[in-house]
Design a protein around this ligand. Sequence first.
Ligand code: MIC
Ligand code: SF4
Length: 690
Amino acid sequence: MTGKNIVQKILEEHDISEKPILEYNHGDPIFVKVDQCITQDATGTMAWLEFEAINIPEVTVPLVVSYIDHNMLQTDFRNADDHQFLQTIAAKKGAIMSRPGNGIIHQVHLENFAAPGKILLGTDSHTPTAGGVGSMAIGVGGLVVASAIAGELFELKLPKIIKVQLTGKLNRPWVTAMDVILELIKIKGVSGGLKTIFEYSGPGVKDLTAPERATITNMGAELGATTSIFPSDEHTKHFLKAQDRENDYSPLEADEDALYDEIIDINLSKIEPNVALPHSPGSVIKIRELVEKTPIDKILENMPEKVHNEIKEHVSRLYDRDLQIDQVCIGSCTNSSYLALASVASIVKGQVIASNISMTVSPGSKNVFTQIAQDGLLTDIISSGARLLESGCGPCIGMGQTPPTNGLTVRTFNRNFYGRTGEKSAGSFLLSPTSAALIALKGRFVDPLKEKEIKPEIFSEPEKFVTTKNMFIFPEKDQKKRSEIQIIKGPNIKDCPINEPLPKEIKGTVLLKTKDDITTGDIMMAGSKVLPLRSNIPAIADFVFNPVDDTFVKRAKEYNPNNKRRVFFIVGGNNYGQGSSREHAAIAPMWLGLGVVIAKSIARIHRDNLIQWGMLPLEFVDPKNYDKIDQSDDLLIMKLDSLKEGVSEIEIKNQTTDFSFKTQINLSANEIEMLRKGGALPLVKSKVSK
Ligand code: MIC
Ligand code: SF4
C-alpha cells in the first residue's frame, strides 16, 4: 500500500464516489463536497446575483462568508448600493457578512474561519491563503461558488501534486516568507504551477508560523497553481489557539511513503531578499543584484524574452535615478498580518521616511489594526510619516495611491501587472515588508543584508490575538424572519446576462490576436474607474481589453451591432487569462459576442469561467499554428455536436487562408452539458427547478 499525501487525504474525505483516491489519474474529474465558500465585493456582487437567479431560498454550504474589501471608496452611490445589495442578500440567504473595514478577505478568513482539512472555494484567486493552516482552498469564478452554495458538488480535474521540500532556516529579520515564495516563482515561472498543487513539507516547515505559511500559499497563485497547502502541526495549533479557535485544530500531514509528481528542494538558509521586477511577479532577482547595478543584459539572461522590454525600461530608469523610488506600499492579503506589520514598525521606529517617498500601510484586518495599536506599534508607524489606509485591498487593486508618471513603486503585494497601479507608465516592484520598510527610510533600493544601523526586533507569534467579531453580521437564525428581508438593488445593479446554447457550427472573425501571458486584468481592468461597474455588465463591457487594444470595444460593437450575438474569436498565446479570478473577464467579452478562445494554453480559472459562461476555450494541438492565424481572419468550426467526455480534437478552418488546423479541449460530462445549455447558470437553474 502506498501512503497518501495531504491533498489526497483531503480529497478522499470529500469525494462522493467510492473510488479510492489513488486510482485517479491527472485530469480525471473528481466531485467533492464543499465545506466553506467565500466571496468578496468585486466578484461577489455578480456571484450573489447569480445565486439569486438560481433561485433557491438559502445557502446550503455549512459556512458562507461575504466580504467587502476591494471597493470601499464610495465615491458615488454605486459602491454604497453594491454594499447594500451584498448585505441584504447575505442576510436573506443565510450568509455571514464581513462589513467594510473588517479587513481583507483572505487575512480575515485565515484569522476567523479557515481550518485544517476543509475544502474552501472563493471567488478570488488568492483564496489559497487558507492553505497556510492546511485548508484546501481554491480560487474559482463566481458562478462556481454560486452553484456550490446552491448545493452543486465542486468538480476538480485532479492536478499534479508537487512537493516543496523545505530545509534550513530563514535569515531573519531581513529574509521573510515573501522571499521564499518569490524564490519558488523564480524557479518555476508564472505558468510553472498550471494544473498543479504545491504541497509543502520537510524540516523547514517548522521554521514558519501559520501567517508566514499563508504568505507563501497566497502568492502561490502567481505560479498559476490550483492551490498550495501546508501541513497542520504545532504552529497551526498555536495560531488557532491564539485566535480562540483551538477546537478547529486537527493534525494533518502526508504519510511517509506518499508519492508526488515532482519534488523541489528549497533551502531556507540560502535565500536572500528577493524582488519581482515590473511587470511580472515571475521576473524575480535578488535585491542585491539591483543594488550592485548588475548590467541589464546579465539580468535578462535568466528571463523569458517576452519580459525583456519592460525590464529594460524600468530597471534602466531605476539605475538612471541612482536606485531612487517614489512610493512604498505595505499591505495586501500577502503581507499584512500582525507579525509582518510588527517587523515594519520595529524598522521605522524613531526614524522618518525619506523625503522622496510616499509610504502607506494597510493592516490586513481590523483586529491586526487594533493589536498594533494596543501594542504601540502603530505609533511607531505613524510617527515615521507613513500614511495609514483602511484595512482593505486599496492600492493593490488600484483603488488609490496611483504612482506619478514614470513612477517607481515598491509594494509588498502579489501582483505588479502592467497598469494595475492605475498608471501605465509606472513600474511596480514586489518585495517583503522588511525590505520595503528599509527602502522607505533610505528612499532608494539598498541591500537589507548589508544594513548595519537598523536592527529590527524579531517578533515571535503572540500567545493571544485580538479576536473581536463585531464587524461580522451573522444571519438571523429564524428562517421565517429571514424570508421577510428585502434584497435592495440600486439602479446600477443589473441582472446577469445569459448565453445561448452552443451551436453545431461556429463561424466568425478573429477580432483580436494577443501575445503570451495575457492577464484577466488585461481583458477586464480593475481600478477606481471600473470597479463600481462590477454589477453592471453592459457598462463594464465598454472596458474589455482596454489596456491591450483600446479600439477593441469599438470594433466588437461594429462587428455585432445591437448586441445580436454574432460570435467572434480571440486568439491567444501561452497562459492566456492568468491572474485574477474575475469572471467579468469572461462575461463582459461574452456580452460583446465572444464565442471561442483559441490559445497555446489557457489558465485554469479563466478556462473554467469561459465554460461556465458557455464559451469554448480551445488549445492548439500544435502551438506553431498560432503563427498561421492573423487578426481579422475568418474561422469556421463544425461538428460541435460531437464533443465527447475527455479530450476532443476540434478542427478549425481558417477560411481566409484556406488552411485547417487542430485544437483540443478536455471536457467532463458536466461541462459538455453546461455548454449545451449555454453555461452553468441555465444548467443549475434547470436542475434546481426539477
Ligand atoms: C486580484 O487580486 O486581482 C483580485 C482583485 O483580488 C481578483 C479578484 C477580482 O478581480 O475582483 C482575484 O485575485 O481574483
Ligand atoms: Fe485584495 Fe490585492 Fe489580495 Fe486581490 S491580491 S484580494 S486585490 S489584497
